[in-house]
Design a protein around this ligand. Structure first.
Ligand code: HSE
Length: 311
């Protein structure tokens, strides 16, 4: 029997993880958005309400809203003969660097998929959500929507043809997210990226990305942290993310295994070993950097988590 109404939680995600630009993504246990989808006989998508963090600046036009565009892509992909009404509660502020639009897109696609008589495969749901990312950020990237749908760590093996792989992240992988009171728009942050990369840089990035995956397989958090260095994308975005390097340095000095820019920013992400490290100490060291420079910040001490789940 099909369901007429469903509510899902869709998590924040870390993309890039330093060395894996547009490739790596990790689902977090919190924060998350909550999306309700209700079946209607009218075709198309209606966004009934948007509440929560940053809701006032988010469009309710379903063709330009991440959740709406993702729901439309699923309905179209499944050739559904009905429509959906969405209610969105944002737990993740837009322009944060922890996959705010990705969480809504994944939640919109996932919830709509649950209303279908014959649901699409998860990889197809990810593709529909990535189409919505293209609408809002101007680029088809799946490193936020992938883990938001599938959970754990995801690796976009290739975009053409689209193929995404998933693995569990180590239990002890702790994550400290610090969000400075700065807004960074992904569309703008992609404009500053270099179009060509020197061969030497490519070797550096591939070496680190491969080592990061080995660290995930072995549960070696020191190796994961040491493999998050990126010499291509982060430096290009430094001017959009004030005090990033100091914040990363402070996190490492406070015991983090690694630190990087969350997605296109401005969140600064530090990872640590939950079995031996102290997330509070890392968070307070990073906050101190921003507050000394007159910037307020908010912190989550969290860890890897599952993808979209039904509430
Ligand atoms: N990989 C994307 C980027 C993620 O860094 O632009 C955006 O959230």
């Amino acid at each position: 029997m099909t369901t007429d109404r469903v509510t899902v939680a869709s998590p924040a995600t870390l993309s890039n993880l330093g060395s894996g630009f547009d490739v790596f993504g990790l689902a977090l246990s919190e924060p998350f958005d909550v999306i309700e989808a209700r079946r209607t006989s009218e075709r198309g998508v209606v966004i009934e309400s948007i509440e929560g963090r940053g809701a006032e600046n988010i469009t309710r036009d379903p063709t330009r809203n991440s959740a709406g565009a993702a729901a439309l892509a699923v309905l179209e992909g499944a050739k559904a003969d009905f429509g959906v009404v969405l209610k969105i509660r944002k737990g993740i502020r837009p322009c944060s660097g922890i996959g705010s639009s990705g969480a809504s897109a994944a939640g919109g696609a996932f919830a709509t998929n649950l209303l279908l008589e014959r649901p699409l495969q998860l990889e197809e749901v990810v593709r529909c959500a990535a189409q919505a990312e293209q609408v809002t950020s101007g680029s088809f990237h799946a490193d936020n929507v992938g883990p938001a749908v599938m959970g754990g760590l995801t690796i976009v093996k290739s975009y053409e043809p689209f193929r995404i792989l998933r693995m569990d992240a180590p239990e002890d992988l702790g994550v400290v997210v610090t969000m400075p009171d700065v807004l960074v728009d992904t569309k703008e942050a992609r404009k500053v990226l270099p179009q060509n990369v020197p061969l030497k840089s490519m070797v550096f990035e591939v070496g680190n990305a491969a080592s990061l995956v080995l660290g995930m397989c072995r549960g070696d958090i020191a190796l994961i942290g040491d493999s998050m260095r990126d010499i291509v994308v982060e430096p290009a975005r430094a001017s959009l993310n004030p005090h990033l390097l100091e914040a990363e340095q402070a996190a490492i000095e406070a015991g983090a295994a690694g630190a990087f820019l969350g997605g296109s920013g401005p969140c600064m992400i530090a990872i640590y070993d939950r079995s031996s490290g102290n997330g509070e100490a890392i968070a307070s060291a990073v906050r101190e950097v921003y507050s000394t420079n007159g910037i307020d910040s908010e912190t989550w001490i969290t860890h890897a988590g599952q993808g979209c789940r039904r509430l």
